[in-house]
Design a binder for this molecule. Structure first.
Ligand SMILES: Nc1ncnc2c1ncn2[C@@H]1O[C@H](COP(=O)(O)OP(=O)(O)OP(=O)(O)O)[C@@H](O)[C@H]1O
Ligand SMILES: [Mg+2]
Length: 289
């Protein structure tokens, strides 16, 4: 059985252990995975699970005889907890990141907010539950966010973007490729790195490239900053994509694209890189057409 300490209830999040105010994610101490649950059967073949896109990377373990071991929460974000999972058979194993959306008030600044909030919901019982934020309604909303991120990761991964491979979606949990070392140390966020100018220029070139792939697929990240870019041994990986903005369908898409570009260019400019936000916006708009 999972240890109680890893199974927090909703109330814990209404009264977060780190104080009355909601802390910025970077002020929350990053838990090292500490307590380890007992292995359970792999959820890859569980009822209701949705699998990531084909062709599946060879490291994805699909065997129903595999087990999942929850190695504990290693990051606590504003809207989700991220745990390290070890999925193993007798012969092989892989590390996965489980992003579990909490039943909290989610960012609602764009994307198809009406859909995510259930205002377009056909079933009136579910629409009402989401509107009045009953426990059931909040679970539905968290599930919508998880599904939105899972779908976006799959689409972008298939387009060749440097994003984690989405292994599966199950309710409010997205299970994806763990970005880090085989010993379970997560890759640092860009904001935690102190690259020399040459390295910073190379990282910026990679960021431009991943944003170009997104733009060609018709999207802007929508919440881009040096917090949502991981640096895995010199290679960047873009994360945290549930609110990606449709560059064609969203009337405010250019505003969101510009904000993304200004955020990321400001970080690189402070490291001495020639990173011009206007140039980047222009190139990405061109890529999107
Ligand atoms: N696939 C992954 N591999 C390794 N680390 C990850 C992965 N996904 C997320 N993380 C870590 O977990 C943190 C939180 O993830 P994410 O940004 O997706 O969630 P969030 O709740 O939106 O967080 P925030 O409020 O910090 O934006 C990331 O900053 C990163 O350090
Ligand atoms: Mg984030």
């Amino acid at each position: 059985m999972p240890k109680q300490s890893r199974r927090r209830s909703d109330d814990d999040f209404d009264n977060p252990p780190w104080g009355a105010e909601r802390a910025r994610p970077d002020t929350i101490p990053d838990d090292q995975p500490d307590s380890v649950d007992e292995p359970a059967w792999s959820t890859f073949t569980a009822d209701g699970v949705v699998h990531g896109p084909e062709p599946r990377p060879s490291w994805v373990i699909t065997s129903p005889a595999a087990t999942d071991t929850d190695l504990g929460v290693f990051k606590t974000g504003k809207e989700a907890d991220v745990s390290l999972i070890r999925r193993a058979t007798a012969g092989e194993h892989s590390l996965l990141a489980a992003k579990r959306y909490r039943h909290t008030d989610h960012r609602m600044f764009h994307r198809d907010a009406a859909y995510l909030e259930g205002r377009k919901e056909k079933k009136s019982r579910e629409r009402r539950a989401m509107a009045t934020r009953t426990a059931f309604g909040r679970e539905l909303i968290a599930g919508r966010w998880a599904a939105a991120e899972f779908e976006m990761l799959g689409r972008l991964w298939s387009a060749g973007a440097a994003v984690p491979y989405p292994v599966q979606l199950l309710g409010t949990e997205v299970l994806m490729e763990f970005i880090g070392t085989p010993d379970g140390t997560a890759a640092p966020r860009l904001v935690q790195t102190r690259p020399a100018l040459d390295d910073a220029s190379d990282l910026f070139a990679q960021v431009r490239e991943v944003l170009a792939v997104l733009a060609r697929a018709g999207f802007a990240h929508g919440d881009l900053s040096a917090y949502n870019v991981l640096v895995d041994d010199g290679r960047i990986v873009l994360i945290d994509l549930p609110q990606a903005v449709d560059l064609v369908g969203n009337p405010r898409s250019e505003e969101f694209l510009r904000r993304d570009c200004v955020n990321i260019c400001t970080w690189f400019t402070a490291r001495g890189v020639d990173a011009d936000a206007d140039d980047l916006v222009r190139d990405l708009l061109r890529d999107s057409r």
